[in-house]
Design a binder for this molecule. Structure first.
Ligand SMILES: Nc1ncnc2c1ncn2[C@@H]1O[C@H](COP(=O)(O)OP(=O)(O)OP(=O)(O)O)[C@@H](O)[C@H]1O
Ligand SMILES: [Mg+2]
Length: 209
């Protein structure tokens, strides 16, 4: 039986997830909640090893291999960190979870969304977050950053490919943030403003004072 609270931070690269996950965990601790701050891929020894493989820029990994590595890491993370903590009534704050795989491997790498979500369910015993906070980067800001990156790194083939990939991921988060149980945050606001917005949402939803 799940008794705790599961809060997940999602969004494109460099959108502010880790910054806000940390601030929320600190705020919850001040409220005397028992908090676990964790991240994906990672959170356990095995999962951190898989993270190293996934984030190694030298390794070229096929989309399906990438998908299975994320899910493998997620099984361990869910079974040995998240579920036990929730069972004992803790608040678990996770920096990324299943929505990342839907956005990056599904929309980004074009693996059918249904396949990704079937594996997401299997890897997590169908665990769903109580709240997913999704950071959205407005198109105007996204395009501006991409233009800057093109200027800095040049429009070579790889960069164009990854630019298209980033565009699909950014769009995916916009689509996914209209799902139930999700709140959308404008990532362009200040760190303080966003933190206040998040603690207001959490206080109202879950009755924290
Ligand atoms: N609201 C904000 N406004 C301006 N800068 C921010 C904001 N939030 C975070 N930053 C800064 O942007 C950078 C990226 O933030 P952060 O690491 O939290 O993003 P992330 O989504 O976790 O990134 P990654 O996907 O790489 O893990 C950091 O240098 C952070 O200090
Ligand atoms: Mg981060």
């Amino acid at each position: 039986m799940k008794r705790g609270l599961f809060i997940v931070f999602e969004g494109p690269d460099r959108s502010g997830k880790s910054t806000q996950a940390k601030l929320l965990a600190e705020w919850l601790k001040k409220k005397k909640k028992k908090v676990i701050l964790t991240r994906e891929p990672g959170g356990t020894r095995l999962s951190e090893k898989i993270r190293e493989i996934l984030l190694d820029p030298k390794g070229r990994i096929e989309p399906l291999t990438e998908l299975f590595l994320y899910e493998t890491s997620r099984i361990k993370h869910t079974l040995s960190i998240i579920l036990p903590a929730l069972k004992t009534g803790k608040v678990v704050v996770s920096d990324r979870f299943t929505m990342s795989t839907t956005a990056y491997q599904g929309y980004g790498r074009k693996i059918p969304i249904k396949t990704v979500e079937t594996l997401n369910n299997l890897a997590t015993c169908a665990l769903k977050p109580d709240l997913t906070v999704v950071f959205n980067i407005p198109d105007r800001v996204f395009n501006e950053r991409e233009r800057l990156a093109q200027k800095l790194f040049g429009p070579d083939r790889m960069e164009r490919e990854s630019s298209q990939f980033r565009r699909r991921v950014n769009k995916a988060y916009k689509i996914l943030s209209s799902r139930p149980g999700v709140v959308r945050i404008n990532a362009v606001k200040s760190i303080e403003e966003i933190h206040t917005e998040i603690i207001n949402i959490i206080s109202n939803r879950f009755g924290f004072k």
